[in-house]
Design a protein around this ligand. Structure first.
Ligand code: FE2
Length: 275
């Protein structure tokens, strides 16, 4: 496996998502053997007609931690505190909505309202079987009917779902003049999540060594000039909006070639804070 990889997602065509009816997707990575993956999902307007035939549906995942960051559009989605909660709470994902979903949280779709303009969501998880049409879903995902459901003797959990602009930016912990906000802590094999904001003409002497785990970033807005040093030399990249970069040991992310960003950037960071 190469020690780093860049995906300019805006140049990648959408394909039918095999594991979720009605969705289209672009895959950023798939980890084997864990089945962990990151995908951009496109949700069509009126989504729900395709999967529910106007009946509500809900389920929980047994072991997988799932996280997402909405990039645009509107995606109505429901949270249920437990099987007895058949009404659920409607949450509409819009640009900047972040979700940290632990295992054993019950969620799903009601027939109304449905997405008006569709949505684009960056989603990543710690294992396979999360999509209902994934063959691994038979072990990982439990569909819970709205009536005559089983008595599950398990502690149901709730996700944290919020718009990131409800959280204040704080001074970056290590780089003067930068801002950061923590979105989620580490949970098992799900690494910590942060947004980092760089000012125009940002500079840094920080280096971010790869680890045995995947460290990755996604440029939410702006642009970013980076170098990756690995066994076969140094590679420089001009990253722009919706670009993805991952790196592993022995690769090292470096910024020591002058200004990092001409116009500033907001970067979603998994397993690091660009430092
Ligand atoms: Fe799910």
């Amino acid at each position: 496996m190469p020690a780093h990889r860049v995906v300019a997602t805006s140049q990648v065509p959408w394909r039918e998502e095999p594991n979720i009816a009605g969705f289209r997707s672009k895959t950023l990575f798939v980890d084997s053997p864990s089945g962990a993956s990151a995908n951009l999902y496109w949700v069509p307007p009126d989504h729900g007609v395709q999967v529910m035939f106007r009946r509500p549906t809900r389920h929980f995942h047994r072991t997988v931690v799932e996280r997402s960051f909405a990039l645009g559009g509107d995606y109505p989605h429901w949270e249920f505190r437990n099987p007895d909660d058949t009404t659920g709470e409607l949450i509409v994902f819009r640009r900047g909505t972040f979700m940290d979903r632990p295992p054993l949280s019950l969620h799903g779709l009601q027939p109304e309202p449905r997405s008006q303009v569709g949505a684009t969501v960056l989603n990543w998880d710690t294992g396979g079987g999360v999509g209902l049409d994934d063959p691994r879903a038979k072990d990982e995902t439990v569909t819970v009917p709205f009536r005559d459901y089983e008595r599950y003797n398990i502690p149901f959990t709730s996700p944290r779902i919020f718009r990131h602009d409800e959280q204040p930016w704080r001074a970056h912990p290590r780089v003067s003049g930068w801002k950061a906000k923590a979105l989620a802590p580490r949970h098992g094999t799900a690494a910590e999540v942060a947004l980092v904001a760089l000012p125009a003409d940002a500079v840094s002497k920080q280096a971010v060594p790869g680890t045995h785990e995947r460290r990755w970033l996604f440029v939410v807005s702006g642009s970013l000039r980076v170098a990756i040093a690995d066994a076969d030399g140094e590679h420089r990249y001009e990253l722009t909006e919706e670009d993805f970069l991952e790196w592993f040991q022995p690769a090292k992310l470096r910024f020591d070639h002058g200004t990092i960003s001409d116009v500033g950037a907001v970067v979603l960071c998994i397993g690091h804070q660009l430092s």
